[in-house]
Design a protein around this ligand. Structure first.
Ligand code: GLU
Ligand code: MG
Length: 460
């Protein structure tokens, strides 16, 4: 994937030279699953203009493939999936396929109200109008294992960050990193995480649309290579009570339009040790996200299973707290690097997991951060302890704007419905469908065992 490389006939010729026969046209549905259709390479060129047809009902399907016709979307109505040429990527793990991410347009070419890319694009344009370039990165965790006798067994039981776990997953991780590189995706860091078989790969920050595309390609790559190596992988927010959850933390910073100056870096507030400094702009962005956090969870932690992870003492955040280098805070300001203090200043949203539609989640977070900037908000006091320890202290909670995050998907959807700003940003048609689809998942899983995972593991 190469932003500068949009010479379409050249791209397709290069693909043909590399043995590509098929092109996967992808959209991400309400639940973040990639769905689409496949064209032969030889007939792909005109499709870049005309697109490929897709029934509108696709965006009204929940993660169990149950179509929610009360959204008004069903058997009737068609859109076009129109490819974005700069996302064309030869898939190193597939037999002979490339993929391309698509926007969704009405038949007359207008953006479709339900298109997640169109929603994110609107938020990016809003940032650009204010003179900002946004950098973002998702940081997914996953559990790698083997299926035997119908049971999933993690690939290692090594310690967190341990060489033992690195060895156990070496063959797999090396293949993933090479495949990412072949797709133009640079690894930032890899390490074994706390749980059995849990690993984390982070990639370099990029502009929002690219960051979302790359996150989805990363997930695709991990899944495909696990399958190729006879392994099994899950990105489920919480696989079982005894294991740590899988997050997909979201890192963000705002830069000048030329990308030279990090506008989050400044001296409006310093960390207690004086090492990290945030600008007023960063504080306003944090305040905006903080104010909308409970509603945002409906988009950043959007599955029934998400709320098994979003609990105190999981380092996943459970309260509307922000703080410097605080891993229990929903908004963490990570420590900066000596020698590159300015460029490494960013914020991390921890209440995010891999059941997201990344375009909707990032677009929503961006909209809320920009809302904080528009309204020149200042955040409450940063939290320097585990927020669970403050819960009983009413005054401290008030000072830090501390409230519990939603405890269930249903609660999060109720928060979303009450957040008129976010509802309006998403647009009535998109958000109406989204809420119906997600509510249907709550209903479909209400009798499931607490994790709503084992029955639906193939979806994660
Ligand atoms: N696994 C934790 C989560 O679910 C995050 C651990 C960490 O990287 O701080 O968010
Ligand atoms: Mg981690």
């Amino acid at each position: 994937m190469n932003e500068a490389d949009t010479d379409l006939p050249g791209l397709l010729q290069k693909a043909a030279d590399n043995g590509v026969e098929l092109v996967r046209f992808f959209i991400a549905d309400a639940c973040g699953n990639l769905r689409g259709k496949v064209s032969s390479l030889s007939s792909a060129l005109p499709r870049f203009e005309s697109g490929i047809g897709l029934v509108k009902g696709t965006m009204a399907m929940n993660m169990l493939d149950q179509l929610q016709t009360d959204t008004g979307l069903g058997a009737v109505g068609e859109v076009r999936m129109v490819p974005e040429p700069e996302t064309f990527t030869i898939l190193p793990y597939a037999e002979a396929s490339a993929s391309v991410f698509c926007r969704m347009e009405e038949l007359d070419g207008r953006p479709w109200s339900h298109c997640p890319r169109a929603f994110l694009r609107r938020q990016v344009e809003e940032a650009e109008k204010l003179g900002f370039r946004v950098l973002a990165a998702y940081e997914p965790e996953f559990i790698l294992g083997r299926e035997s006798d119908g049971e999933f067994r993690p690939i290692d039981r090594g310690l967190c960050f341990s060489s033992e776990s690195m060895h156990a997953a070496d063959h797999f991780i090396t293949a993933v990193v090479k495949a990412l590189k072949a797709q133009g995706i640079e690894l930032e860091q890899y390490y074994p995480e706390l749980g059995a078989g849990q690993h984390e790969l982070s990639i370099s920050p990029a502009q929002p649309m690219l960051a979302c595309d790359q996150y989805l390609l990363l997930k695709e790559t991990v899944r495909a290579l696990a399958q190729a190596q006879g392994l099994s992988v899950t990105f489920a927010p919480k696989r079982s009570a005894s294991e740590p959850g899988n997050g997909a933390h979201l890192h963000l910073s705002l830069w000048t339009a030329d990308g030279k100056e990090n506008l989050f870096y400044g001296d409006a507030m310093s960390s207690p040790d004086g090492d990290m400094g945030l600008s007023q702009l960063a504080l306003s962005f944090i305040a905006g996200v903080h104010q909308h956090l409970k509603a945002l969870c409906a988009l950043t932690c959007p599955s029934v299973n998400s709320y098994q992870r979003l609990k105190p003492s999981h380092w996943s955040s459970a309260f509307t707290a922000w703080g410097f280098e605080n891993r229990e805070a929903a908004i963490r300001v990570p420590s900066v690097y000596r020698g590159r203090r300015e460029s490494s200043t960013n914020i991390e949203l921890k209440c995010v997991d891999s059941t997201i539609n990344p375009y909707l989640a990032l677009g929503a977070v961006l909209a809320c951060g920009l809302d904080g900037i528009h309204r020149k908000l200042s955040p409450p006091a940063p939290v320097a302890v585990d927020p669970a320890e403050m819960e009983a202290d009413f005054d401290l909670c008030a000072l830090s704007g501390l409230e519990p995050l939603p405890r269930s998907l249903n609660d999060a959807l109720t928060e979303l419905e009450a957040d008129l700003f976010l509802m309006k940003s998403l647009g009535a048609e998109l958000v109406n469908t989204y809420i119906i689809v997600k509510t249907s998942e709550v209903a479909a899983m209400q009798d499931d065992p607490p994790f709503a995972y084992s029955q639906h593991r193939q979806r994660y």
